[in-house]
Design a protein around this ligand. Structure first.
Ligand code: ATP
Length: 324
């Protein structure tokens, strides 16, 4: 391998820049070329490339988002699109790819490999932490810290006015952000898609809170929760059962995806980037690099795509005990 291409694809997440930096510098360390591919697979199809050296990634370790930009590319889902992309890579002398993204991006990478026998390595970048084969995805830790910081602020106003706050957080179909940030921020109740809590239990739990003398409450709800109501409908439902509560809704939204990456995400990104490049140089392909029990490990992309990133059920118990 003489030259590696690196791209970010799907939703952006804090730590992607630190991963780009790590890939670029690891290539330089091993005296091979590195090319930044802009706007994910779309840039690959359009030949939107830039040669990158160690100095082209100065001052980005601390930046959120991705300097290479990200995109969702419909064209890459077509054989014609992938053929164009392959031609551009060959023309640019790129002979391996590091794809930073989520499971959709990995699916594209795997398909590309099967068609062109092109070496690919994935780095999990998403705040949702919903990828099998890694305990942490890039951006997840930063998002948790952001969510906790915001809920702390909301708690100030909740407790000053005896309000009940329903706070919706991101996470797609996974409850990792809700569960961990909920415990971290001391939420009374946490609703996640993995555990079908049901509305009765929510009301039960609010009743208990009230009986225990709590004058304000924080309920954290994962956006993927299957309760069958939007968070605004839930507000109406709770208010009709608890007329004494002043219920407010806060949907945190995209602020959760932004901001400077935490130290944890920066270190993780640096480690994953080194492993991704060095694994390609060792002749490996079709893997995702991840972290399990603090060791950087490879998981076949196929498993990373198909496997479930299970939540730790003990955390549910901890959350219950904390809200006594
Ligand atoms: P996030 O978790 O943030 O959504 P993701 O990587 O899962 O990230 P997707 O939008 O699902 O995001 O996928 C990113 C890109 O990967 C798509 O826009 C497309 O170009 C490519 N891709 C996804 N699925 C396929 C597929 N089945 N075949 C070819 N390319 C694909």
């Amino acid at each position: 391998i003489k030259k590696i291409g690196v791209l970010t694809s799907g939703g952006d997440s804090p730590g992607m820049n630190a991963a780009i930096r790590s890939v670029v510098r690891t290539c330089a360390f091993h005296n091979i070329g590195c090319v930044g591919i802009y706007r994910g697979y779309q840039g690959m199809i359009e030949g939107d490339f830039k040669e990158m050296g160690p100095r082209s990634v100065n001052n980005i370790v601390n930046k959120g988002g991705t300097i290479l930009k990200s995109a969702r590319s419909m064209d890459f889902k077509t054989p014609e699109g992938r053929e164009k992309a392959h031609k551009n890579l060959v023309k640019a002398g790129i002979d391996a790819l590091v794809v930073i993204g989520g499971d959709g991006s990995f699916t594209g990478a795997l398909l590309f490999n099967s068609e062109y026998d092109f070496p690919v390595m994935g780095i999990p970048g998403t705040i949702d932490n919903d990828i099998y084969g890694t305990s942490y995805t890039l951006g997840y830790d930063t998002a948790l810290n952001t969510v906790v910081e915001v809920i702390d602020k909301i708690r100030d106003t909740a407790s000053s006015h005896n309000r009940l706050f329903l706070i919706e957080v991101m996470g797609r179909d996974a409850g990792h952000i809700a569960l961990n940030a909920g415990i971290g921020a001391g939420a009374e109740e946490i609703l996640i898609p993995e555990e079908d809590l049901g509305l009765d239990r929510l009301l039960d739990s609010l009743r208990k809170s009230k009986a225990a003398g709590k004058s304000s409450s924080i309920v954290v709800i994962s956006e993927g929760d299957k309760i069958g109501k939007t968070v605004f409908e839930l507000k109406d439902y709770v208010e009709s059962n608890f007329p004494e509560y002043d219920v407010r809704v806060s949907v945190l939204g995209h602020m959760q995806r932004g901001g400077a990456p935490s130290c944890f995400d920066r270190v993780l990104a640096s480690r994953l980037g080194v492993k991704a490049v060095e694994s390609l140089l060792e002749g490996e392909s079709n893997y995702m690099v991840g972290i399990l029990a603090d060791k950087i490990v490879l998981t076949p992309l196929e498993q990373a795509i198909k496997g479930d990133s299970e939540i730790d059920t003990e955390l549910l118990r901890v959350s219950d005990i904390m809200s006594i």
